[in-house]
Design a protein around this ligand. Sequence first.
Ligand code: B12
Length: 327
Amino acid sequence: MLHNCEVSLTHTTDVEPVTGELSVTVAVAARRLGISPATLRTWDRRYGVGPSQRDEGKNRRYSPSDLARLDYMTALIRSGHSPAASAAATLGQDLAEFKPDHSKGEPTGSRIGRSGGGNVVATPGCDRRARGLAKATSALDQGACASIINESLHDIGVIPTWNELLLPILKSIGEMWELRQCGIEVEHILSTAIQSEFSRFAYETKTKTSRATVVLGSMSGDPHQLPVWAVGAGLAERGIRFVHLGGSMPLESLGDVIARTGPRAVFLWSQIKGASNCDELTKLPSLRPNPRIVIGGPGWLNEVPRGVHMASDLLTAVALISEVSSD
Ligand code: B12
């Protein structure tokens, strides 16, 4: 019997012989493995498990031995290992004899250590504190997560805590969901701890401005609001008061809040790809002076309107807002 992916190989124009072997595009390789092309690109960039060939247009092409390596890596992940550990084990393995078996079992010959089961969050290249947080998250120990985040906020500040401690772990949890459609419980445990510690930090910090000068929120239909809390805590650290409207804020209500409070700046986050349209921003009320509108996140579609600022990271967002919001 033919392997299911071999059938799809012979029926797709994405396949062509390169140096005498059949090679496939990233889209076909992803389909065959049941994961997204974005994850394959991340594995290439982050772990070096990528295609050995590129065609003349510089597109990636996966050879049969690249695909065997990916089959081996996904078999390890499906049997419970982290992507980082699976990649490391894959790169050191002779796969000439490896035959993929799509059961959940661990591939034979793997020398990787057992992870102890459950949804284990990977932290390749991270420091002791991040490893501790990943461990606490995997163990569903929310109290420990909160104290590690709290300690870090007071120790190194908001921006390094977000960039160095939290982003790698959030990304790893996102990958776990994308790859195995699991890990929602760890996502919730960590998200709740982040939200509670960032809000506590923000409200306990003495602000210099006498009224809330900045309005923050996530766009309609999007519950993701951790980066919004990071912006709020980053502003509080600089003595700037804010009002946080939470996730899924309808544009109309946002317009009402802007009209009523006359803020110096507004920050809007959109996480889910393609969920928010930049054109909608033109419907926000006009004030004199107009607040500075800063947007962030991978969810924004279409061209950013004139006068609106797109921030690509936390530091930029906080700097753009602080510039117009300090007394
Ligand atoms: C935590 C989380 C949740 C929490 C949110 C809790 C909360 N209170 O906010 C909860 C559990 C609610 C949740 C729900 C869902 N989620 Co979710 N979630 C995440 C997770 C793990 C982190 C989100 C986050 O804070 N991202 C912040 C950073 C990490 O995002 P980033 O895109 O990597 O950031 C880039 C830039 O934006 C910039 N950047 C980073 N930080 C900052 C900060 C600022 C201020 C700026 C300006 C820029 C910036 O740098 C990065 C680029 O290098 C992501 C994974 C991920 N990688 O984001 C998934 C993710 C966003 N979720 C996803 C999905 C699918 C969902 C659900 C639909 C299903 C699910 N997994 O439960 C539901 C949504 C339900 C609904 N009603 O729509 C997908 C979205 C895919 C897509 N289509 O875009 C992701 C990407 C996971 C994945 N890989 O599949 N989620």
